[in-house]
Design a protein around this ligand. Structure first.
Ligand code: HEM
Length: 409
């Protein structure tokens, strides 16, 4: 799912750089790229992890697997239809709302399955703070999907093209970024990073306060007070970093067995990108005249924060989730992360310089940035594929004899 959106993003950026103008590209194509990346790739990753963590699924009940497959089919069809309708414009007035409806329905199936999950034993155990953050992110995703459906219905009845109107799209993107993507990463960081990086214990109140400040910033931004809202995103990001103790000396050794030793570095790097994204958001509300500072802020967040985090955490957990496999290649893990980070650095800096008209040479760096990001994401996909196809699972390593695992000498 990473490829349709990435290829379109690269294609768009090559066109924009060639013509030295973002206005020459169809907004429907830009939006098809954004949608495919956020829903097709990141969304599928999140739904997959959510389903995995439901104990009933791990118990292997057939009906639960059926539910997961139905959800996957609807979600994937919805994302694919949106991509095709925006790019080819074929029957888009019908396909756009259909795709939004399928995605919303898939999420509701997922949500029903996840919300039936009760903590073990009495079911009265206290929910960890990270769960509240993930619940908030899930509500954010639900809201994004509802707004997306409304937007699709609006353009399908009223507009001349499948692209959302600019102002609506900007606020919808803010909701997607700060209402859904960011809290999800904070929630899962709170659950995993203390252990993975050996960090000092989480400051729970700071994390919950960061969530409240973030939601306030989001409300203000969506209401049109983007200047104050963007400042609140900076404060919230700094509070989340403080809560997670991301940049304090670790208490224990990081758990890097099976992954590249640079894993803790890249996770911290992702959080630096989060701060950069929030700071650029403030700069954009003040100085953006071309969409370049907004674009740089958006990609510092989606590529620098979200993608670097998925490449780091995905390669840490997915092999284990898929039958206790080992990651195929730790060197490829490093190469993928290095390419994405390099591409993102070039992109974020040169997008501002080029789009804002500060220096013309920056236009020629943007295609290189796109190819670096494409290379990084492709290496990641190859490594995950190699892990699933070539690495033996736990079951293959330890065959069962009369129900008991036997050790292979
Ligand atoms: C190979 C890497 C990528 C390239 C070359 C790329 C390129 C682009 C370009 C050219 C735009 C148009 C606006 C602008 O000029 O800034 C854009 C917008 C966008 N991108 Fe990317 N992108 C990449 C990766 C990603 C990833 C990984 C995500 C999300 C996880 C993402 C999410 C978005 C979103 C949400 C938009 C806004 C779409 C809209 O206007 O509605 N991009 N991207």
């Amino acid at each position: 799912m990473v490829f349709p959106g990435t290829f379109l993003g690269v294609w768009n950026l090559l066109q924009i750089s060639g013509r030295e103008s973002v206005l020459s590209i169809s907004p429907a194509w830009l939006q098809a790229h954004g949608h495919a990346q956020v829903f097709g790739w990141v969304g599928s990753f999140i739904l997959g992890i959510g389903f995995y963590s439901i104990p009933k699924m791990r118990g292997g009940a057939k009906s639960s697997f059926g539910t997961a497959w139905i959800c996957w089919a609807m979600w994937t069809t919805g994302a694919a239809l949106r991509w095709a309708a925006n790019v080819y414009l074929w029957e888009w007035r019908f396909l756009l709302p259909l795709s939004a409806f399928l995605e919303l329905a898939a999420f509701l199936i997922f949500f029903r399955a996840v919300s039936q999950h009760r903590p073990e034993a009495s079911g009265k155990e206290k929910l960890g703070p990270w769960i509240w953050v993930v619940i908030s992110a899930s509500m954010g995703l639900l809201l994004v999907l509802v707004v997306n459906l409304c937007g699709c219905l609006f353009v399908s009845f009223r507009a001349a093209s499948p692209a959302f109107p600019h102002l609506f799209d900007q606020r919808y993107l803010a909701l997607m970024a700060w209402g859904f993507l960011v809290p999800f990463v904070w929630g899962f960081s709170a659950k995993w990073m203390t252990v993975f990086l050996g960090l000092k214990p989480l400051r729970t109140r700071w994390l919950l306060a960061a969530l409240v400040v973030n939601l306030t910033g989001l409300e203000l931004t969506v209401a049109g007070a983007g200047w104050i809202g963007s400042w609140l995103f900076v404060v919230a990001a700094a509070m989340a970093v403080t809560a997670l103790r991301m940049f304090e000396a670790s208490e224990k050794e990081a758990k890097i067995r099976g992954v590249h030793s640079s894993f803790p570095f890249f996770v911290r790097m992702a959080y630096i990108w989060l701060i950069v994204a929030a700071a650029l958001g403030v700069a954009a509300t003040r100085w953006d005249t071309s969409g370049g500072i907004w674009g740089a802020s958006r990609h510092a967040l989606t590529v620098g924060f979200i993608s670097v985090m998925i490449l780091s955490v995905g390669q840490r957990i997915l092999p284990a989730f898929a039958g206790m496999r080992m990651l195929w290649s730790t060197k490829l893990m490093f190469a993928g992360l290095a390419f994405v980070t390099l591409g993102c650095t070039l992109r974020v800096s040169c997008e501002i310089i080029a789009y804002q008209g500060y220096a013309a040479w920056a236009w020629s760096v943007l295609p290189i940035s796109a190819l670096c990001e494409l290379a990084g994401l492709t290496i990641y996909a190859i490594n995950i594929l190699g892990t699933f196809v070539l690495e033996p699972s736990h079951a293959q390593k330890q065959p069962l004899v009369v129900g008991l695992p036997v050790k292979i000498s």
